[in-house]
Design a protein. Structure first.
Length: 253
DNA sequence: ATGGCTATGTAGCATAGA
């Protein structure tokens, strides 16, 4: 089984790349973030022609998440249970017996922004909810754009990023909170190349200069982590014309 | 070097991303 997550930064723009990538990689399920498409504009026909079923929760301009899977996603839940959020950031479903949680964690903008406080509150609610979910589902995966670089080795220039949004102690503590309730960072279950990142700024030739951050993750419950055989980042997608600024992340079982 | 891109909404720029 192959699970993946990709922040597409507009599904409309990235649809041809997504369809190519699905044909090549043939994941069993892929979680998309920043679809930026309202549900009535979701390209369901194209996705189904590619052999995938889809569930989605979108809005225009911002946010938007979707789960695409070869088998029909079951028991779909929108959002974080018990947490009111107008922003479409979470969708969950069961695929091939695995509970799949697709998440787009808020960016936070900067430490002095209201959006940063929203991010921290959001992560607190997300973690509390996932604690309950992980007790309901032994085999559960949380995939998506976490907007947190967990450690300095996930940052191209730790000094420059020290204390900045995506790297701040409170954000890293929130990520460790997810580890603390039993999730494993699938990427770190295996030896990985130096300078492994999942996002690069569009500006400054950041990708070519390897100036990135690893902020997209696949977290696995203990039961799933034991079955995980590989985890990687598909940086080739960042070489495309008109790429997303994020690369897909993949876990194999 | 707090933005040098990119995408969106909407009609010349503003906002957001990370």
């Amino acid at each position: 089984m192959k699970l993946a997550a990709w922040n597409v930064n507009s599904l409309k723009i990235r649809l041809p790349q997504l369809l190519d990538w699905l044909a090549r990689e043939q994941p069993d399920a892929v979680c998309l973030q920043e679809t930026k498409a309202e549900d009535h504009n979701f390209p369901l026909q194209e996705v189904e022609r590619a052999g995938y079923r889809a569930v989605f929760s979108g809005q225009k301009t911002y946010n938007g998440v979707a789960i695409l899977a070869r088998e029909s996603p079951e028991a779909v839940e929108h959002g974080i249970g018990g947490f009111i959020d107008a922003q479409k950031r979470v969708i969950s479903a069961t695929v091939n017996g695995v509970r799949v949680v697709c998440a787009y964690v808020p960016n936070g903008q900067s430490l002095d922004s209201d959006k940063y406080q929203y991010k921290l509150g959001w992560l607190k609610a997300f973690t509390a909810w996932l604690h309950g979910e992980s007790q309901k589902h032994i085999r559960i995966a949380v995939l998506g754009d976490f907007n947190i670089a967990p450690e300095d080795r996930d940052v191209h220039d730790p000094k420059a990023w020290e204390g900045q949004v995506l790297c701040s102690p409170a954000e890293r503590q929130a990520f460790q909170g997810l580890i603390g309730i039993g999730f494993k960072d699938s990427f770190r279950l295996f030896d990985q190349p130096e300078k492994s990142y999942s996002w690069w700024d569009y500006r400054m030739n950041a990708f070519r200069r390897k100036m990135g951050l690893r902020i997209d993750h696949i977290l696995l419950s203990g039961g799933l982590a034991g079955d995980c055989r590989s985890s990687s980042i598909d940086i080739e997608m960042r070489r495309n014309e008109r790429p997303s600024d994020h690369a897909p992340v993949i876990a194999g079982f």
